[in-house]
Design a protein around this ligand. Structure first.
Ligand code: ATP
Ligand code: MG
Length: 719
């Protein structure tokens, strides 16, 4: 290898240096956020290259996201210069899995040019198999099976290894058979799904020891970042590869394990010692990222978790001017977006780059309000780890329904949803509609309504199409008479669209339902559906901001792992939203602890400023409800927190004192509320929605003025 600079070691603390220089044998770096774990990994790669212990191609480094892989590549180039020929095998488990599989595809029954199945293809295929088994596809949804199978694959289980009992849990006992059929079909199609990228490599290694040996010899050094979030399949994969020369270095933080719901096993950390006897465990305790206030807040909070290995963290940051972690209560999510937007503009005026600012949300639906606000302000933003709110599949589908209702000639909209949810309208029928539309030069919906009056379509698709057209006609007739938000809800209900996601067992379905609710909530700000759609088309068309590279990052807490920003905004710290009700319902105490780890991840992303916000009111199911401050707020150490003054438009009472009821010092609910003495914008909105909103404001026990313990019975986001 080419010679490289050696000053990369300068500046490391002794423990970091040890982790970098201990090249032989297994090393586990177990350390809290911001202690330089990732930095240790990149420096280690530089060190391996500098000491000529290996060529780049003999190093395997695993990151959690592709973005992290790109960043690590940059960091390495910066460390060792461009002089290095070739690059290490650096990527996610999946991307490395593909690379290995392509080389040896034949050994697992594929050709090297095998395709990787996307989710849609996967669902379609599963559905065919379910039907082929004579099962009722309604009762046994394909998506449910997809996530079941995903779980098996995460645990490294082949069809033969799935236990009898588990296999029986789906499709009248046919789960295992379906899994088997599915894999056989994939082989015929010369395709692999995401889980296979790992599972097939494991099979390859097990069935072909000579291939495994080849890779074991090749990868002289292995490095793994975010080790706490590996699942069992990934663990098996690593163990097989590392059993050769055992030069494996894993870095992780049990307090940042946030993918338990996707099969990650924090126990892999404990198992490491067992599988690699004599592993050197190195702890890093100095945090280089955050101010003392931020670090104290995060440490204090995470200390409430019971299931942890425990660590100490300290920092040398002692800037007396450093901002405490700020906590502020705002009236509602609109004010939250507005005030955060103002604060960002203020930071910008003081010379801060937007690139150094992030907004981290618990649920993706929260992004909508920020995106709308930033577009209004012309503030550059980017959404990381997913599409922008209005570009999400479920939002586009819903908008297509609304557009086709209002505008019969909107062919694109009609095409998008004519068979979503699946109504059994085959390509053949749709082709006929298209042909007629072209021949007569008329819109698709008009062509469809002509066609259903003839005998040209088969009876079943004809009826389906007829019903759909009748639905649209009915919805259209209600535009003038019904409030547009109610109509929107009716359209999504009656079309079966909401139902489709409700029946969907995949992990992202609940989030999509939340997004749909948020979409309808956002319509309330407009006078009519047409007005709303016009706004959307402008939003979709216009790129936010001025198009420069400097932009605020908006992302979920889950996507923020490993990243850091000068300023971090953490909105929506309310019971039910954060901690999320679903996590509490499904996993109880373990769920709560995972949520708390997520809070820890969020706070520790901040270098200089962490600003936590929570609303006093949130609209849930079209009704205003008083929010209950997140229990995590009470778990922050008072001496490191600054409770911000109420913003001007907030009409409630001071937030800095103890709430009159309940133990939370953040509980701002006013015991006398419920009269009409309020005159704040938020309250007026609430009133308006009570008058127009059908359901009624006080349903569910009039939560607005409800007295009781702060956590007596939180209204949940999910209802
Ligand atoms: P996380 O758990 O959030 O992934 P981490 O442990 O991987 O955090 P890094 O991202 O590697 O931490 O480092 C955090 C910050 O501290 C980075 O900006 C890094 O450059 C800086 N840092 C790490 N070690 C040192 C050091 N010895 N001297 C100066 N800065 C350091
Ligand atoms: Mg890291």
């Amino acid at each position: 290898p080419a010679p490289v600079a050696v000053d990369y070691l300068a500046g490391l603390n002794p423990e970091q240096r040890e982790a970098v220089e201990t090249l032989d044998g297994p090393v586990l770096v177990l350390a809290g956020a911001g202690t330089g774990k990732t930095r240790v990994l990149t420096t280690r790669i530089a060190h391996i290259l500098a000491t000529r212990r290996a060529f780049p191609s003999q190093i395997l480094a695993v990151t959690f996201t592709n973005k992290a892989a790109r960043e690590m590549k940059q960091r390495i180039s910066a460390l060792v210069g461009e002089s290095v020929e070739g690059m290490p095998w650096l990527g996610t488990f999946h991307s490395i899995g593909v690379k290995i599989l392509r080389r040896h595809a034949e050994l697992v029954g594929l050709r090297p040019d095998f395709s990787i199945l996307d989710t849609d293809d996967q669902i379609r295929l599963i559905k065919q198999l379910i039907e082929a088994e004579g099962l009722d596809a309604k009762r046994w949804p394909a998506r449910q099976f997809a996530s079941l199978m995903d779980g098996w694959k995460n645990r490294g289980l082949t069809p033969e290894q799935v236990s009898e009992g588990e296999g029986r849990s789906f499709g009248n006992g046919k789960g295992r058979k379906l899994y088997q059929d599915y894999q056989e079909r994939l082989t015929v199609l010369n395709a692999a799904d995401f889980g296979d990228l790992l599972l097939l490599t494991i099979r390859l290694f097990r069935e072909h020891p000579e291939v495994l040996k080849g890779f074991q010899d090749r990868f002289r050094f292995m490095l793994v970042d975010e080790y706490q979030d590996t699942n069992i399949a990934q663990y098996l994969w690593l163990r097989l590869l590392a059993q050769g020369n055992k030069n494996i270095c894993c870095v992780g933080d049990d307090d940042q394990s946030i993918y338990g719901w996707r099969g990650a096993e924090v126990d892999n950390i404990l198992r490491f010692d067992h599988d690699f006897p004599g592993a050197k465990v190195i702890r890093l305790e100095r945090n280089y990222r955050s101010t003392a206030h931020i670090l104290a807040a995060a440490s204090h909070l995470i200390a409430k978790n019971e299931g942890r290995l425990g660590k100490t963290l300290f920092t040398d940051h002692d800037d007396p001017e450093a901002e405490r972690v700020s906590v502020a209560n705002v009236w509602d999510s609109e004010e939250e977006a507005r005030t955060i937007g103002d604060e960002i503009e203020d930071l910008q005026r003081h010379g801060h780059a937007l690139n150094d600012i992030a907004i981290l949300v618990r649920a993706s639906f929260q992004m909508r309000e920020f995106e709308d606000r930033f577009i209004t302000l012309g503030l550059n933003y980017r959404v990381i780890g997913g599409p922008r709110f209005y570009e999400r599949m479920e939002i586009r589908d819903a908008l297509a329904y609304f557009r086709a209702t209002i505008q019969t000639s909107d062919d694109l909209a009609f095409e998008r949803i004519v068979n979503t949810p699946k109504r059994g309208l085959g390509d053949a029928s749709l082709k006929q509609v298209h042909a007629l539309a072209r021949a007569q030069n008329i819109p698709l919906m008009q062509a469809a309504s002509l066609l259903v009056e003839t005998e040209e379509l088969r009876a079943k698709p004809r009826n389906t199409l007829k019903n759909l057209l009748a639905d649209f006609a009915r919805w259209r007739a209600q535009i003038e008479t019904m409030r547009h938000t109610d109509l929107a809800e009716i359209i999504l209900d009656e079309s079966g669209y909401t139902e489709m996601w409700r029946n969907d067992r995949s992990a992202d379905a609940p989030g999509r339902l939340e997004n749909l609710k948020e979409l309808i909530r956002s319509m309330d700000e407009f006078e009519s559906m047409a007005g709303f759609l016009e706004h959307i088309s402008l939003v979709m068309d216009r790129d936010s901001g001025d198009g420069s590279d400097d932009a605020v990052s908006i992302m979920t807490l889950h996507s923020a792992k490993g990243l850091e920003f000068d300023t971090v905004f953490l909105p929506g710290w309310e019971e039910g939203l954060f901690p999320h009700q679903r996590a509490l319902d499904e996993s109880g105490k373990a769920g709560l602890e995972e949520e708390r780890r997520l809070a820890y991840v969020g706070i520790t992303r901040g270098k200089k400023r962490v600003r936590i916000r929570f609303t006093a009111n949130r609209r849930v199911h079209g009704m205003w409800q008083t929010s209950i401050p997140s229990r995590f707020l009470d778990e922050l150490p008072e001496e490191h927190v600054e409770v911000a003054e109420q913003s001007s438009s907030y009409g409630g009472y001071g937030s800095s004192g103890m709430g009159p009821y309940g133990a939370s010092r953040f509980d701002t609910r006013d015991p006398f509320a419920g009269g009409n003495s309020y005159s704040t914008p938020g309250w007026q909105r609430a009133q308006r929605s009570r008058e127009n909103g059908g359901g009624g404001f006080s349903e569910g026990g009039g939560s607005f003025g409800r007295k009781g313990a702060s956590r007596g019975g939180p209204k949940t986001i999910e209802g």
